[in-house]
Every structure is written in structure tokens, then in C-alpha cells.
Design a protein around this ligand. Structure first.
Ligand code: SAM
Length: 236
């Protein structure tokens, strides 16, 4: 039977099975291990962060188009960020590149879990007005709008209104680490940012700032993100 012949109930069951098989594969490959990451993945419904025609592909572990030539990141990439970030309840996080809002919701599920009193918060900046609306709508229907604030703007300049942040995650490829983002990172804070060539491979850097403000950058892996466009990014 083709997918097109399925009843909605069969679709839901298949989606649940695919959701579980994806996380089992990521656990057995050693990509994901922390309980918080796994719980966040199981809790946040990726199907609510996609355009209608892609809902059935929600648990395919690859980037998917969300309009404006942009993508929702692959599941494994979102979860790798969560693993590297050493997240904890109560942290204040800045994301650059809201896209669909899915990655922000996953982080929010760790820093301010569903069912607990609100603690941490995620601020996510997006430069495309249509995607700001898309992310806002998705976060509302998935019930994360109380823990995630979507802002229209150039994220290469951070968000001074709420700085400094415990964590800064950049979800687009930068030519270098924007100094303004570094300034907005708290002492003992962490930043994840892909740095490298435009529309090619980049290195995912884990940037840490110690108590005295000294910065260290460590390469984690090769990645391929859409470009970070802005004053301290690419110009197109
Ligand atoms: N985190 C997203 C999600 O969960 O769907 C996926 C992010 S997508 C790979 C990268 C996003 O960064 C795009 O939506 C793009 O418009 C946005 N972007 C690029 N440059 C930006 C900038 N300077 N400020 C804010 N957003 C930017």
C-alpha cells in the first residue's frame, strides 16, 4: 500500500513508529545519549513545525524546506546541539535563525520543561518576516510560545535587550564568529556556531568563555548550513 492510501489513523501510527525508530537509531549510533535530549525529542512534535505538505515526512532525519529558500535542520543536527550544549533548567538561551521554531522548542523543553513552573527562556531571532510568523504560529500550536520569544531582526548583532545569555546557538553558517555575539555570552557560557565557506562545508565550533572572560574555540565536526546573512555575516 502506498503512503497516499493510508487512513489518518494509519498515518499517525506510522509517524509515531518513525519518530521512535529515528531516536533509537541515533541512540544506538552514539549520536545522542542524554536523558534530557531524548525526553525533549519525544515531547516536541516536529510535525507541527512543517508546512502541511511535508507533515508526513516529519521524522525523516534530514533538512526539509520551510519556504524562503530556508530549511528546518535535520533531527540529528538539532539533537547534537542539545548534547554539546550541556543545557539545564533555568538557562537563558539565544538562537540566531528561528526558521520553523522547532530547534528553539527542543531547547525550551530542556531549559523550561513542560509541566514545571516556567524557569529558563529561549529568545530566537529570524531575519525573514514570513518565517517569524511561521515560527510564532508553530510555537503557539505546539504550546511553547510562553517559553520561546521570536524576534524579527539581524541575529548577527544578537539581542542586547536580553543579553547576556548562558547559551547562544547559531543555526546558519557564518564567515567568522561575530564579536557582538561573543560580547553577549555570559562568563562560563557556551556558543555553538558553524563557521566556514558560503554554501559549502563549515566547522561546527563550540565556543566557551571562562569566568574571567577568556574565550576558547573547539572544532566539533563538519556541517553544512544555509548562510548567516547580516551585518556580521555574509552579505547575501
Ligand atoms: N533553527 C531552525 C529550525 O529549527 O527550523 C532552522 C534554521 S535554518 C537552517 C537558518 C535560518 O537562519 C533561516 O531561517 C534564515 O532565514 C536565518 N538567518 C540567516 N541569517 C540570519 C540573521 N542574520 N539573523 C537571523 N536569522 C538569520
Amino acid at each position: 500500500m502506498s503512503v497516499g492510501d493510508c487512513t489518518p489513523l494509519e498515518d499517525t501510527t506510522r509517524m509515531a513508529e518513525k519518530k521512535e525508530s529515528t531516536i533509537k537509531r541515533l541512540i544506538s549510533s552514539g549520536t545522542v545519549s542524554s536523558e534530557e535530549t531524548i525526553r525533549a525529542y519525544r515531547t516536541v512534535p516536529r510535525e507541527l513545525f512543517l508546512p502541511d505538505h511535508l507533515v508526513r515526512d516529519a521524522y525523516v532525519d534530514s533538512p526539509l524546506p520551510i519556504g524562503e529558500g530556508q530549511t528546518i535542520s535535520a533531527i540529528h543536527m538539532c539533537l547534537i546541539y542539545l548534547e554539546l550544549f550541556q543545557l539545564a533548567e533555568g538557562l537563558k538561551v539565544l538562537e540566531v535563525g528561528a526558521g520553523s521554531g522547532y530547534h528553539a522548542a527542543l531547547v525550551a523543553e530542556v531549559v523550561s520543561p513542560t509541566g514545571s513552573p516556567p524557569s529558563g527562556h529561549v529568545f530566537t531571532i529570524e531575519r525573514k518576516p514570513t518565517l517569524v510568523k511561521f515560527a510564532q504560529k508553530n510555537l503557539e500550536r505546539a504550546r511553547y510560545a510562553d517559553r520561546v520569544t521570536v524576534i524579527l531582526g539581524d541575529g548577527t548583532l544578537g539581542y542586547p535587550e536580553e543579553a547576556p545569555f548562558d547559551r547562544i546557538m547559531v543555526a546558519a553558517a557564518a564567515p567568522y564568529t561575530p564579536p557582538t555575539l561573543l560580547e553577549q555570552l555570559k562568563p562560563e557560557g557556551l556558543m555553538l556556531i558553524p563557521v566556514g565557506r558560503h554554501h559549502f562545508w563549515q566547522e561546527l565550533l563550540l565556543v566557551s568563555k571562562d569566568k574571567k572572560g577568556k574565550v576558547k574555540k573547539r572544532k566539533q565536526m563538519s556541517v553544512a548550513f544555509v548562510p548567516l546573512i547580516g551585518k556580521e555575516g555574509w552579505n547575501k
